[in-house]
Write a protein that binds this ligand. Structure first.
Ligand code: ADP
Length: 449
C-alpha cells in the first residue's frame, strides 16, 4: 500500500491531487520552486520541500531534486499531475529503480504513446480507427508522393509532438515544401527531434476524447467522452461532457473500443484516447498517458474520482468499479480560467487583489488562487478551472451563466469575460461548433474584454 505521496507539480493540479490523498488517508509531500513558497499546495500539504529556483528545468523538471525529496521525506509514491514529468518515461524508470511507485502507466506504455508514429501503429493493431496518413516518418524524398496518396489538404505533424507545436497544413502541392520544412524546424526546436509524419487534414472535425482507466492486469473501463473542440492555437479552452454531437450508442461504442484496447495492452492508470470526429466517424490522433486538465467534467457526470482510481491501481488495489456500474448523469462544462487578456491572450501575471469563487449546487472550482496571491511569471497561465454540472445541458449552461457573473478575480486580467460571451452565443447554445469555431469567432466577433 501507498502511505505517503509526493506531488511533483504545482498550482491547481497539485491541490487537486492533494485533496484525493487526504480523502484516502495518505500523507502528502509538496515540492515547490522558490517562486511558489506561498502557494496553496505547499500550505496544505503535510510536508514540503523546496526543489530549486523558479525556472521549471531547475525545479519541477529536475528529476534528481525530486527523487532526493522522496528520499528525505520517505515518500513511497509520486503523483506527477499533468505536464512537467507526467509523460516522462525516464522519470518513471528512475523512480522504479529507487523503489518509488510512479502513479501512472509503465515507462514502456509512456514511450509507446509518446511517439505519435508508434502510438498510431499501436492503435491500428488494437482496433482503434485512425486518421488516414503516412505509415511512418515522412522524409524530403517521399513527402510529395505520400501527400498525393493521402490527398490534399494534408497536415504535417511532429512525431514527438505536443501542444500543437510542429504542426503545419499544406493545402496544395505548392505549400508542401514550406509546410514540411517549418514543421521540422519547429519540431526540432520544441522537442529536439525533427521527425515528422503526415495525415489527412480534416476540414471541420470535432475533438472528442475518451477517458479510460486500466488496472495493469487486463481490466479496463471507459468513462465516456469529453468534447474539447473549442480550442485556440490547438489549446483547449472550454470542454464538455458529454459531447453535444454524440448519442448514447455512439458513446458506448467508441468507449468500448477504447476500453477493449486498454485491456489488450494491459494498460495501467488513467489515460485519454483522443479522436477527431467528422461525419459520424472517429479518427484516433493520440493517446495521453496521464490525467488531463479537463478530467473534472468526467468526474462530474460519473461521480468517480479519477485520482482515487489512479492511486488505487498504482498500489495494486484494482479499479473501484466495473463498466456495468458506471452511469452517466447530466452534463458538465469546464472553463479554463487563465491569467491572460481575454482579447489578446497576452499573459497577465501580477497580484490578485480580490478573489471570490462562486458556489452553489453543481459548481466546482479547482484553483490555488486567493486574494493576495502573486502569480509568478514563470509557469503557464492557468489559475483555475470552473466546472459546472447540471441535469441537462440547458440547465448546465444556465448555471454557468449565473456562476460566471459571481466569479471575482481582481488585480489581473483573466479569460472570464471570454466565457461570458461564449455562454451567451447561439452556436454554443446549440452545441454547433468544430475545432475551428473559436479561432473564427475570435477573428470576427471580438469578445468584450
Ligand atoms: P498535440 O499533441 O500537439 O496537441 P494532436 O495530435 O493532439 O497534437 O492535435 C492537436 C489538435 O490539432 C487537435 O485537437 C486538432 O484541433 C488539430 N489536428 C490534429 N490532427 C488533425 C488532422 N488530421 N486534421 C485536422 N486537425 C487536426
Amino acid at each position: 500500500m501507498i502511505s505517503k505521496i509526493l506531488i511533483a507539480n504545482r498550482g491547481e493540479i497539485a491541490l487537486r491531487v492533494l485533496r484525493a490523498c487526504k480523502e484516502l488517508g495518505i500523507a502528502t509531500v509538496a515540492v515547490h520552486s522558490t517562486a511558489d513558497a506561498n502557494a496553496m499546495h505547499v500550505r496544505l500539504a503535510d510536508e514540503s520541500v523546496c526543489i530549486g529556483p523558479p525556472p521549471s528545468r531547475d525545479s519541477y523538471l529536475n528529476i534528481h531534486q525530486i527523487v532526493a525529496a522522496c528520499e528525505i521525506t520517505g515518500a513511497d509514491a509520486v503523483h506527477p499531475g499533468y505536464g512537467f514529468l507526467s509523460e516522462n518515461a525516464k522519470f518513471a524508470d528512475i523512480l522504479e529503480a529507487h523503489g518509488i511507485t510512479f502513479i501512472g502507466p509503465t515507462a514502456e506504455h509512456i514511450r509507446l504513446m509518446g511517439d505519435k508514429i508508434t502510438a498510431k501503429q499501436t492503435a491500428v493493431e488494437l482496433g482503434i480507427p485512425v486518421v488516414p496518413g503516412s505509415a511512418g516518418e515522412v522524409t524530403q524524398e517521399n513527402a510529395l508522393e505520400t501527400a498525393r496518396q493521402i490527398g490534399f489538404p494534408v497536415l504535417i505533424k511532429a512525431t514527438a509532438g505536443g501542444g500543437g507545436r510542429g504542426m503545419k497544413v499544406a493545402k496544395t502541392e505548392a505549400d508542401l515544401d514550406e509546410a514540411f520544412n517549418t514543421a521540422r524546424t519547429e519540431a526540432s526546436a520544441a522537442f529536439g527531434n525533427a521527425a515528422v509524419y503526415m495525415e489527412k487534414y480534416l476540414g471541420k472535425p470535432r475533438h472528442i476524447e475518451v477517458q479510460v482507466v486500466g488496472d495493469g492486469a487486463g481490466n479496463a473501463i471507459h468513462l465516456g467522452e469529453r468534447d474539447c473542440s473549442l480550442q485556440r492555437r490547438h489549446q483547449k479552452v472550454w470542454e464538455e461532457a458529454n459531447s453535444p454531437a454524440l448519442n448514447v450508442e455512439q458513446r458506448m461504442k467508441i468507449g468500448q473500443i477504447c476500453a477493449d484496447a486498454m485491456e489488450k495492452m494491459k494498460y495501467r492508470g488513467a489515460g485519454t484516447v483522443e479522436f477527431l470526429y467528422e461525419n459520424g466517424e472517429f479518427y484516433f490522433i493520440e493517446m495521453n498517458t496521464r490525467l488531463q486538465v479537463e478530467h473534472p467534467i468526467t468526474e462530474a457526470i460519473t461521480g468517480i474520482d479519477l485520482v482515487h482510481e489512479q492511486i488505487r491501481v498504482a498500489s495494486g488495489a484494482g479499479l473501484s468499479v466495473t463498466q456495468d456500474e458506471i452511469t452517466f448523469s447530466g452534463h458538465a462544462i469546464e472553463c479554463r480560467i487563465n491569467a491572460e487578456d481575454p482579447r489578446t491572450f497576452v499573459p497577465s501575471p501580477g497580484t490578485i487583489t480580490h478573489f471570490h469563487a462562486p458556489g452553489g449546487l453543481g459548481v466546482r472550482v479547482d484553483s490555488g488562487a486567493y486574494a493576495g496571491y502573486k502569480i509568478p511569471p514563470y509557469y503557464d497561465s492557468l489559475i483555475g478551472k470552473l466546472i459546472v454540472h447540471g441535469r441537462t445541458r440547458v440547465e448546465c449552461m444556465m448555471r454557468l451563466r449565473r456562476v460566471l457573473d459571481e466569479f471575482v478575480v481582481d488585480g489581473i486580467k483573466t479569460t472570464l469575460p471570454l466565457f461570458q460571451d461564449l455562454v451567451s452565443n447561439q452556436d454554443i447554445a446549440n452545441g454547433d461548433y468544430d475545432i475551428h469555431w473559436l479561432e473564427n469567432y475570435l477573428a470576427n466577433d471580438k469578445p468584450q474584454g
